[in-house]
Every structure is written in structure tokens, then in C-alpha cells.
Design a protein around this ligand. Structure first.
Ligand SMILES: NC(=O)c1ccc[n+]([C@@H]2O[C@H](COP(=O)([O-])OP(=O)(O)OC[C@H]3O[C@@H](n4cnc5c(N)ncnc54)[C@H](OP(=O)(O)O)[C@@H]3O)[C@@H](O)[C@H]2O)c1
Length: 289
């Protein structure tokens, strides 16, 4: 029986990965590595039978116990952690010390092309230490609309970003979670591969906003601003500097890049079409009012 540690277990992707791992009825034993066990128990439904173990990316003292007897780790980078040398190098070294040899890492589409993004550095650490890996490289989460972008949608009926008419590839995190669960479960079939998980639609924010406006009574607008204006707006709204930089890179750089690649990996793996934007917006429509 494999023992699997899930990091980021209370977040968008981690929760979906756990849901789908449980649905797979795999004989593996699942551990949620969380920094606050009591808080995590309120987020992860009680009927899901998993074990909790203390794990804090910023506290290396938690690594040994969390990694003991673990065979495989689902690893992600919490969005606010960008100092890879400081936080991820000791963690990967700890994998080696504790004989954890297999990692499924949640990266990002295009990570291989940009050495400045943290995911690229983490991928290099994992291969540099000779671990067996699967790099999952998803495109742009549909759920950005219902998380980071939602306060402006609800309060200002607006999406403000420096993205101009750049097209993003939109993927439902449920599709990512499902694919990750299968990849974790069938690790040996896919090991040492980098896999893109995308939806089938490359759309810009004007188009997405018009799709949302088909399901709401009070329309929303898309406002594209230059990077400096974006920085000022977000700083004055209290967003942390690191997070603003992440949002800037994510939304400004695509203006100078070619359209995202579309992958059929999810459909080949599951036999299902990925969620369309129309389906997602309909499913989540209550949140946009
Ligand atoms: N948004 C996109 O379009 C997109 C696209 C491709 C890839 N990605 C990548 O996806 C990743 C984010 O995934 P997500 O959306 O699932 O993240 P998320 O919802 O923000 O969740 C972050 C998770 O990390 C945990 N965490 C935070 N700090 C921690 C610490 N010090 N120690 C232990 N756990 C900690 C959080 O736990 P708590 O409950 O304790 O806070 C939470 O479970 C990022 O690397 C991002 O670059 C994003």
C-alpha cells in the first residue's frame, strides 16, 4: 500500500486531488500535509477518510515527521512562496534524506520556457536531485474568476487586469484535480514526464465577460490597465506586493506571447471532454451576482 502526502490539501487544487483520489478507491493511504490541522479539518469534509500531519513549507522542523514512510508526494507551491532557494531546496533535500523518491509537482503551462518563474526553478531542483517526477502543467484556472477576481466582480462589477486582448487557455480545477489523482495513482505509467492539462478554449477577457453577462442581471465590464496602474490599484486595495507581482506576470506577459497550446491529455486520460467556459459559468453563476 503506497503512502501519499498531499501538500496544499486545503487549497483549490489540493481539495480536488483528495476528492478524486478518494473516488478512485485506490488502496493508497492518503495524508494531508497541513500547517494547521484543526483549521484543515474544517475545510476537508469529515466523511473523507484521510490522515492529517503537520507540514509547513516555512518550517523545516515539520518535514521529517511529515515525510516519514511516505512513498510519493503531491507537491505544489503556495502562491505567496516565491523564494525557492530558501523554502524548496531544503524541502527537496529532505525528500532525499527521508527516502521519498516520487513527486507529482503542480507546475504551470510554459514553465519550461521561463527561468524567472518559480515553478521552473522547482522543476530543476526536482530533476537536479534525481527524483522521479511527473510535472503537471495546467493552463489558466477558470476558478480565478470565482476566487482572486471575484471581489472586484461583486463589488465593482468589473474585472481589472493588465491583459489587454491576450488570450488565455481556460481549465477547470476539477479537471486538473481529477488528472492529478489518476497520475498519482498510476505514477509508474507516467513517471518522468511533463504533462500539460488544458481546456479546449483560448479566450480573452472581453469574451469571458460577455459569457458571464449572459447569466447575470447586473452586467460586468472588463477594464485593461497598464502594469503601473494595476500595481497602484492593487496596492491601494491592500494586496500584498508579492501577490501583485504574480498577478502582473500571469496577466501581462501573455500579451507578448503566442496563444497557449491546447492539449488533449485530459480527454485521453479520462475519456471526457474538459469543462467548457459556458458550463463553468453556468455551474458557478450564483457567485457572480
Ligand atoms: N491560478 C492559475 O491560473 C494557475 C495556473 C497554473 C498554475 N497555478 C499554480 O497553482 C498553485 C496554486 O494552487 P492553488 O490554487 O490550489 O493554491 P491555493 O488555493 O492558494 O492553496 C494554497 C495551499 O497551500 C497551503 N499553504 C500555504 N502556505 C503554506 C505553508 N507555509 N505551509 C503549508 N501549506 C501552506 C494552503 O493552506 P492553508 O489552508 O493553511 O492556507 C493551501 O492549502 C500555484 O503554484 C500557482 O502558480 C495557478
Amino acid at each position: 500500500m503506497d503512502r501519499i502526502l498531499i501538500t496544499g490539501a486545503t487549497g483549490n487544487i489540493g481539495l480536488e486531488v483528495i476528492n478524486y483520489l478518494v473516488k478512485l478507491e485506490s488502496p493508497s493511504k492518503i495524508f494531508a500535509g497541513v500547517r494547521n490541522i484543526e483549521k484543515a479539518k474544517q475545510v476537508i469534509p469529515a466523511n473523507i477518510r484521510i490522515e492529517f500531519v503537520e507540514f509547513d513549507f516555512k518550517n523545516p522542523h515539520t518535514f521529517k515527521k511529515a515525510l516519514s514512510s511516505i512513498d510519493r508526494v503531491f507537491l505544489l507551491r503556495p502562491p505567496h512562496i516565491s523564494d525557492i532557494e530558501k523554502y524548496f531546496k531544503p524541502l527537496i533535500e529532505s525528500f532525499i534524506k527521508n527516502n521519498v523518491r516520487q513527486v507529482v509537482f503542480l507546475s504551470v503551462q510554459g514553465a519550461e520556457r521561463s527561468s524567472i518563474i518559480p515553478h521552473n526553478k522547482i522543476e530543476k531542483l526536482i530533476t537536479g536531485y534525481g527524483l522521479d517526477y511527473i510535472f503537471v502543467r495546467p493552463s489558466y484556472f477558470m476558478q480565478n474568476l470565482t476566487t482572486t477576481l471575484l471581489p472586484d466582480i461583486k463589488e465593482k462589477r468589473q474585472i481589472i487586469l493588465p491583459s489587454g486582448s491576450a488570450k488565455f487557455n481556460w481549465i477547470d480545477i476539477k479537471n486538473i484535480g481529477e488528472a492529478c489523482a489518476i497520475l498519482i495513482d498510476k505514477f509508474s505509467e507516467f513517471q518522468n514526464q511533463a504533462i500539460e492539462i488544458t481546456g479546449y478554449e483560448n479566450k480573452n477577457f472581453d469574451t469571458v465577460v460577455s459569457l458571464i453577462n449572459q447569466v447575470v442581471t447586473k452586467p460586468i465590464h472588463f477594464k485593461s490597465v497598464n502594469p503601473l496602474a494595476f500595481y497602484r490599484i492593487k496596492k491601494s486595495s491592500g494586496m500584498a506586493k508579492g501577490m501583485i507581482i504574480v498577478m502582473l506576470l500571469l496577466h501581462f506577459l501573455p500579451r507578448f506571447q503566442k496563444e497557449p497550446n491546447i492539449s488533449n491529455f485530459y480527454e485521453n486520460l479520462t475519456g471526457k471532454r474538459p469543462t467548457s467556459l459556458r458550463e463553468f459559468i453556468k455551474r458557478e453563476s450564483a457567485k457572480f451576482h
